[in-house]
Design a protein. Structure first.
Length: 481
């Protein structure tokens, strides 16, 4: 009997203890006393550990600014732990609704890295790193590397992206061949009408490239990746490049081959590009089709290989655009020179609905079935053309749709069948040619005279190419065909 009684008493006291502990935890969390307890616990723990201190002064002996101090400060201010310190200063950032937290003097920030508890004390113009001696050998160097990469990433985002364009080398001294302006193109993957699975594949391809430094070095390959965006004019290639740059927070080097004097000049231009950048050559097919060019094909091939040295090919994405790739030397298109081919087709009904939603705010409309039927019959226009019509009639969505329908019926007749890459190919077979990672073997050939004379529509359907800053006649495309 007594055993039962003792057992019962033991269970009861266990239950009461659990309830008391639970209540104590609730009170500590609700009142914030938990932080004081944790602090006290840490100070008791500290008594059982030997610590090492590393000072990061703001200025060195020569009173020059210590870059590491700035990086550590950027890193600490990016930590969520900063909100846990007793005193933190709040400032408005560059953007109106941005609030930036700055550490108060003599405040301590706790951090942990690779399981080690690390703290920083913000003394007057010096940041003091406090780390357990037992953790130092394992943690210190990777921790400082981590601070470097986080603060560099933070600085890049803050500095804003740059667009570099190459200028003609008048003096022949090869100095300063790139001029830069802030890159503010608003395009994002969300604003591009493209099949979402293709868009997601590209985004994950870009994301995994940006994190793949060790992988490329293990393979002994230059850490670069190249994309070919090809398709008719006005299908979003340049906008997509802007979306890639914004997605990766990479600068853009827009390389105009017509301003390059020769092969070595081209190499020199590549040498002057920086890491984390997109090096873009638009309308490469057009340049290659010219009879005499200042840059030779081997010059372009070695540029594409980025083999000059890993220092100038590293962490760069090369993007080439073409309207057509069937006339281009296959050596240009082989994997390693062009790793990913992305086809930009003329509009189909899905892309049309995306544009109708973006430009007119229409998710559905009674005229949609008529539009879908016209697309199914093979008519099509480029997203630029449809976008222009929608913008011009954005105050009346119905009028905009009627204008698009009229344009599809008069201009788009049959062009959908010419939809390069995705549609009928030479042998007429409908072979989807969407590649990402694998260059396509089959290419569609534009049918002769399949596009009606568009003179009567010329004044109506002008498509401005953002690169050539001039509108170009849709007719000219037929001659190219
Ligand atoms: N797929 C698309 N989704 C959204 N907008 C598009 C798309 N394609 C084109 N546009 C719009 O059409 C205009 C021209 O697009 P862009 O300059 O990207 O075409 P492009 O393919 O580069 O043309 P080109 O081959 O003549 O240089 C841009 O304002 C862009 O917003
Ligand atoms: Mg373009």
């Amino acid at each position: 009997m007594t055993i039962l009684y003792n057992l019962f008493f033991l269970l009861f006291s266990l239950l009461v203890t659990c309830i008391l502990l639970f209540l104590l935890r609730v009170v500590l969390i609700k009142t914030g006393l938990i932080y004081i307890v944790k602090k006290k616990w840490r100070s008791i723990e500290d008594c059982f550990h030997v610590y090492q201190f590393f000072k990061v002064p703001e200025f060195n002996e020569g009173m020059q600014r210590n870059q590491l101090y700035h990086k550590v400060l950027v890193y600490l201010n990016s930590l969520t732990f900063i909100e846990d310190s007793d005193f933190t200063n709040l400032f408005t950032g560059k953007k109106p609704n941005e609030i930036v937290l700055h550490l108060d003097p003599n405040q301590i920030i706790e951090d942990d890295f690779l399981g080690a508890k690390i703290s920083w004390i913000n003394e007057d113009k010096t940041l003091v790193l406090k780390i357990r001696k037992a953790d130092k050998r394992r943690v210190l160097r990777p921790y400082l590397q981590h601070i470097h990469s986080v603060s560099d990433e933070f600085d890049d985002k803050k500095r804003g992206l740059k667009l570099y364009v190459n200028v003609v080398d008048h003096q022949g001294d090869r100095k300063e061949r790139w001029r830069s302006v802030p890159f503010t193109h608003p395009s994002s993957f969300e604003t591009i009408a493209m099949e979402s699975d293709l868009k997601n594949k590209v985004k994950s391809d870009l994301y995994s490239f940006a994190k793949a430094k060790q992988y490329y070095h293990r393979l002994g390959r230059v850490w670069k990746r190249s994309y070919l965006l090809y398709g008719p004019s006005g299908t979003g290639k340049s906008s997509f490049i802007a979306a890639m740059a914004n997605f990766l927070s990479y600068d853009v080097y827009d390389l105009d081959l017509s301003k390059v004097s020769d092969d070595s000049d081209l190499k020199f231009l590549l040498l002057q590009t920086t890491t984390k950048s997109l090096v873009v050559i638009e309308d490469l097919d057009r340049y290659l089709s010219e009879k005499s060019t200042a840059v030779s094909l081997p010059g372009i091939l070695s540029f594409m290989d980025g083999i000059l040295s890993s220092s100038c090919g590293e962490e760069r994405i090369m993007v080439f655009t073409m309207n057509r790739k069937d006339h281009v030397d296959p050596a240009i298109l082989r994997p390693g020179r062009i790793d990913v081919h992305i086809h930009f087709p003329l509009c189909n009904f899905t892309a049309f609905k995306t544009l109708a939603n973006s430009y007119l705010g229409l998710k559905d409309h009674k005229l949609f079935p008529q539009v879908e039927e016209i697309f199914q019959k093979g008519a099509s226009l480029s997203p630029a053309e449809i976008g222009e019509l929608m913008i011009a009639n954005r105050n009346s969505p119905s009028r905009a749709l009627k204008t698009v329908i009229n344009a599809l019926q008069t201009d788009g007749d049959g062009r959908g069948a010419l939809n390069l890459g995705r549609g009928s190919c030479e042998n007429g077979s409908r072979k989807p040619v969407e590649e990402i990672g694998e260059p396509s073997g089959v290419f569609c050939k534009e049918g002769a005279n399949a596009v009606k004379e568009l003179k009567k529509l010329y004044g109506f359907l002008r498509v401005k190419s953002c690169r050539k800053s001039q509108s170009f006649d849709l007719n000219s495309r037929q001659n190219e065909g």
